[in-house]
Design a protein around this ligand. Sequence first.
Ligand code: NAD
Length: 472
Amino acid sequence: MKDLSRNYINGQWVDWSGDTIDVFESGTGEVMAKVPAAGRGEMEQAIAAADKAFESWSESTVDQRLAVLKQLHAGLKERGAEIAETVCREVGMPIKLATGIQAGLPAAVTETYIKMLPDFAFSEQSGNSEVQYTPVGVVGCITPWNYPLHQVILKVVPALAAGCSIVLKPSEIAPGSAYILAEILDGTDLPKGVFNLVCGLGQEVGDTLIKHPDVRMVSFTGSPRTGHLIAHAAADDFKRIALEMGGKSASVILPDADLKAAVKGSVNNCLLNSGQTCTALTRMLVPADKHDEACQLAAEAVAKMVPGNPLEETTRLGPLASAQQRDKVLDYIKLGIEEGATLVAGGVDKPDGVNPNGYFVSATVFGNVKPDSRIAQEEIFGPVLCVIPYQDEADAVRIANGTAYGLSGAVWSGDQERAKKVAGKLRTGQVFVNGGAFNPLAPFGGFGHSGIGREFGKWGLEEFLEVRALQL
Ligand code: NAD
């Protein structure tokens, strides 16, 4: 078991002797680490350190920032295998995928900012004005457990590139990779106090962070429930906020699409990380006359996703991250049955052949799901696909847009232009057209209850900048 009972404040590892939080291994249910349940005092110290460090880091040159990002990138590459194993054990993503995504994506995203920063315009001319883009101030970063390092990197790297100082409160459910990040940053030339890490419970250290007047921006990824609390707290002293929250994304399969390819693509997307992905395509919208065939194809696709030990190279579907998440998902599967949806595959029975103490749930497909039922409206965050029949294209668009969310989506058609036209009607931050590839330079974020603001690329950097006009 790893002892992580320390916080990183003002360039020092500060030992913690108070209460700790157990971190559980998703595949076995065993305690794999302990982290601090730090108090408001530690968070206040970290904010004070970040506030002091902002004075000089906000004036650092692009070259100084670049040097640190390059050191960080090298560290992420060097410790990639350790990051992948840590996240695999905490969250349950199979090791092969965790290596590419949970460890690979943070390094890839860091590289995009290393490439972008030298040419980024921190000032521009507009008429007789010089418009300056200046760092927003101390940033509080609050992150969830499902892609625990990736979500941290999407905040920390552009915030550092912008010249902001940072206090990070990682998820207490999957904090290990944030500690690796702090260790890497500790070995770089980053001045003390620019990056701080405090681990603890949301209602304690998270609450202190979102309400502190010296924190000028809160960048949050997590549930809409916590997003609400942050938006309310920010209103009190007009803090800037960036919120990346949940989703209930639709995969719209048009009548002229290659049904087999579209169903396969949709199922694979929905089940990535056992469905613990905010952009997961959890609603599959199919023409009513193709509903049964689509369900059959979905059942065949999920049959290949047999739950297994996430540390094994051949495993494609791992457990969920926590007992609480497993129980929540099982409750939603029971609810789907009560709501009258057709159980096509999976269900509440414990999968065979896995550690009985791990948090495993079978990949589950519901057919004939009503668009306004709870399983079609609420984020389940588990391996559960809802197949929803539609009558015509307008009906499909109405159903796709018929939730409070708007994070992602997909459209499949034999005619690329038709697919693009339908994609343009979806009220969502991104749409995958005929299986288009993920792009780390494209803006990422949500409409409606999915969020405020954008991450990735230049949009992610602009979030951390204030605008000043010098009239000349
Ligand atoms: P959560 O909101 O429970 O927790 C997220 C973070 O907020 C954690 O660090 C937690 O400790 C902290 N927190 C909790 N209560 C707080 C409070 N009162 N004050 C301040 N901080 C507090 O979310 P979760 O369960 O960890 O993550 C799952 C959710 O995250 C899902 O809804 C998912 O869709 C969403 N998510 C969104 C994206 C995105 O980019 N849009 C990405 C991944 C996950």
